[in-house]
Design a protein around this ligand. Structure first.
Ligand code: NAD
Length: 337
């Protein structure tokens, strides 16, 4: 297939190029993101390969369909950036990579918890400046603490397993309980109980209308004083202004983010010589107890290899009329009443 691969970085070209050695698609790499102004690049393409921060809203989907594109091959798990209804109306098939390495994201989650708790980001700077003081670096033992996991799918399950290994008690909230989690002693509770009892709250559910701003002012008001919040799922699950308020008043003890509500204009790009225009994000950066990574939780060799292979296998399957149903994104399955 002739596939327009949007929003590519060196690592996308490297991993997709290698996987394509045995798929033999015609990959046309563009550094541009996919959005209304770049639709014309899809002319003559059979498929479009897009990432989390590409814009596949109504006009873009219709424009691609007008240009003859038949397949949207997402090289990511989430699809909240795609107008599923428009794609279905225009007969476009959407395939994604639902699982690549849950370990990558779960391990990054634990990295954020440990770094924030033991203030590794601060001690790194201090030691480089010859400051060996331990003042204000005190952390807590993870052992024996209660961790609340919201969303116990593939990533939440792995995170729960790792944190069990630290000797933590795991409370979980999910609309579907995961038997594997129960077997390792995870206790399912209502969201309110999870908020009330957890020392650390880690988010692993998708962004849906139900989870938009799940962590808001009300949720923060019932959390323990000094609770740690970690979000490696999707930015808008957390109301950023509410957490800033919680941080300012000391209600939130620390915050670890790999995702941010308005990350589309920031992440995956070197903006180091520009003035930051996002005042909310800039405020977050001023807190000593906030640690932000730029949507890199998935970024391991294993995950990139798996993402590239599944993305191109999806295209090959589509071409051969043998779609993997598990990778198919259906409009009706994701509509909420
Ligand atoms: P998954 O589909 O295996 O698990 C998601 C879980 O969330 C499921 O158990 C589902 O029942 C649950 N859920 C759905 N709606 C819910 C709700 N309203 N309340 C509570 N739970 C709900 O997905 P996964 O592979 O574990 O990924 C989880 C999320 O992590 C993805 O949706 C994606 O947004 C994010 N993610 C981030 C990165 C990164 O690099 N930061 C990488 C991959 C995935």
């Amino acid at each position: 297939m002739r596939i327009a691969v949007f929003n590519t970085k060196s690592y996308d070209q490297q991993f997709l190029g290698k996987a394509n050695e045995h798929h033999n698609h015609e990959l046309v790499f563009f550094e541009n993101k996919l959005h209304a102004q770049t639709i014309r690049l899809t002319e003559g393409m059979d498929a479009v390969c897009a990432f989390v921060n590409d814009d596949l809203s109504t006009d873009v989907v219709n424009g691609m369909a007008d240009n003859g594109v038949k397949l949207i091959a997402l090289r990511c798990a989430g699809f909240n950036n795609v107008d599923l209804e428009a794609a279905e109306k225009r007969g476009l098939t959407i395939l994604r990579v639902p699982a690549y390495s849950p370990h990558a994201v779960a391990e990054h989650t634990v990295a954020l918890i440990l770094a924030l708790n033991r203030k590794v980001h601060r001690s790194y700077n201090r030691v480089r400046e010859g400051n060996f003081s331990l003042e204000r670096l005190v952390g807590f033992d993870l052992h024996g603490k209660t961790i609340g996991i919201i969303g116990t799918g593939k990533i939440g399950e792995v995170a729960a397993g790792i944190l069990k290994g630290f000797g933590c008690q795991i409370l979980a909230y999910d609309i579907h309980e995961n038997e594997a989690c129960k077997r390792i002693g995870v206790e399912y509770v209502e969201l309110e109980q999870l908020f009330r009892e957890s020392h650390v709250i880690s988010i692993h559910c998708p962004l849906t209308p139900d989870t938009y701003h799940l962590i808001d002012e009300d949720a923060i008001s019932i959390m323990q004083d000094g609770a740690m919040i970690i979000n490696t799922s999707r930015g808008a699950v957390v109301d950023t202004r509410a957490v800033i308020d919680g941080l300012k008043h000391g209600r939130i003890g620390s915050l670890g983010l790999d995702v941010y509500e308005e990350e589309g204009d920031l992440f995956f790009t070197d903006l180091s010589d520009q003035v930051l225009q996002d005042d909310v994000f800039a405020r977050l950066l001023t807190f000593p107890n906030v640690l932000i990574t730029g949507h890199q939780a998935f970024f391991t060799e294993e995950a990139l290899t798996a993402i590239a292979e599944t993305t191109l296998q999806n295209a090959t399957d589509y071409e051969q009329g043998d779609i993997n149903e598990g990778n198919l994104v259906r409009y009706e399955a994701h509509v909420r009443g």
